[in-house]
Design a protein. Structure first.
Length: 137
């Protein structure tokens, strides 16, 4: 009789341990999934917010370049005919806006300021093939 009780006791202990292990495994797997899902959603949210900030900054910078180009075009149209110094205006504009250099090129790639040729420059060649309005480098 003692032997029979030990067997039942042992089986109950093994069954209880098996149940506890299964519950721990299920809870662990659920916890890992929920943690993964939360991290993925948080990362997606952060990436979206970052991309929105970057796109706003790029849009703002493009608007600024557009204003610079328009002011140069207006100066060239108005003052160049009256003998204004476009080179001096471009140098002042580049320092005012924190740019390295501003130059105006003719259709064949020659600078109207200092007569340097940009015909072989990759950016000028790209502008010629893609027909973009402003060339910023």
């Amino acid at each position: 009789m003692k032997r029979h009780q030990t067997g039942i006791k042992r089986e109950l202990i093994l069954f209880t341990m098996g149940c506890i292990i299964c519950i721990v495994l299920i809870l662990s797997a659920g916890s890992v999934y929920l943690s993964y899902d939360l991290n993925r959603r948080t990362l997606n949210k952060c990436l979206k917010e970052t991309s929105e900030l970057v796109s706003e900054k790029i849009t703002q910078q493009l608007k600024e370049y557009s204003v610079i180009a328009e002011s140069i075009a207006l100066y060239q149209k108005g003052n160049a005919a009256r003998g204004g110094n476009i080179g001096l205006f471009l140098n002042m504009s580049s320092s005012q806006y924190g740019l390295n250099k501003i130059d105006i090129l003719s259709k064949d790639g020659v600078s109207i300021v200092n007569r340097d040729s940009y015909a072989q420059d990759p950016a000028f060649c790209r502008q010629q093939t893609e027909k973009v309005l402003y060339l910023i480098q």
